[in-house]
Design a protein around this ligand. Structure first.
Ligand code: 4NP
Length: 144
């Protein structure tokens, strides 16, 4: 089972989602993340994401930002987006109904993970907590 986490820059939210879900699953699952922008391509996650993750014993420091690409729709079984803009952007890149069906928000009930880029440490902690709950739900579902 292969899962892709997507946000805008792939430096704040989706690297956290990747690291948190990985920490809850074994290596039979393949988890990656990407951005809808290539602006930060090759960069490590934002320092604030690296440190909030470390405070919760999750190491995301070796990740590198990359943009989502067309192959991803074939490689991954499920594509989780952080907010509705991400869903819209990713849907535009999907070519078939089967590819579109892989895309959803990571939170339930139409809720979004807010972009913490212009925020503070508390905003990053809040994002971590939201993603931790979402990844618990996803891991339980995958391990059924
Ligand atoms: P992310 O946060 O989508 O959670 O990685 C952002 C990172 C960078 C920018 C915006 C959001 N940016 O405008 O560069």
């Amino acid at each position: 089972m292969k899962i892709l986490m997507v946000c805008l820059g792939n430096i704040c939210r989706s690297p956290l989602a990747e690291g948190i879900l990985k920490s809850k699953l074994n290596s039979k699952f393949s988890i990656d993340s990407a951005g809808t922008l290539d602006f930060h391509q090759g960069n490590k996650p934002d320092k604030r994401s690296i440190s909030v993750a470390l405070r919760h014993d999750v190491d995301i420091s070796q990740q590198k930002s990359r943009p989502i690409q067309s192959d991803d729709f074939e490689i991954f079984d499920k594509i989780y987006c952080m907010d509705k803009n991400n869903v819209e952007d990713v849907l535009k890149l999907a070519k078939t109904a089967e590819q579109k069906a892989k895309i959803s928000l990571i939170l339930e009930n139409d809720q979004e993970v807010p972009d913490p880029y212009y925020g503070n440490e508390e905003d990053f902690e809040n994002v971590y907590q939201m993603l931790d709950i979402a990844c618990d739900r996803i891991a339980i579902e995958l391990l059924k």
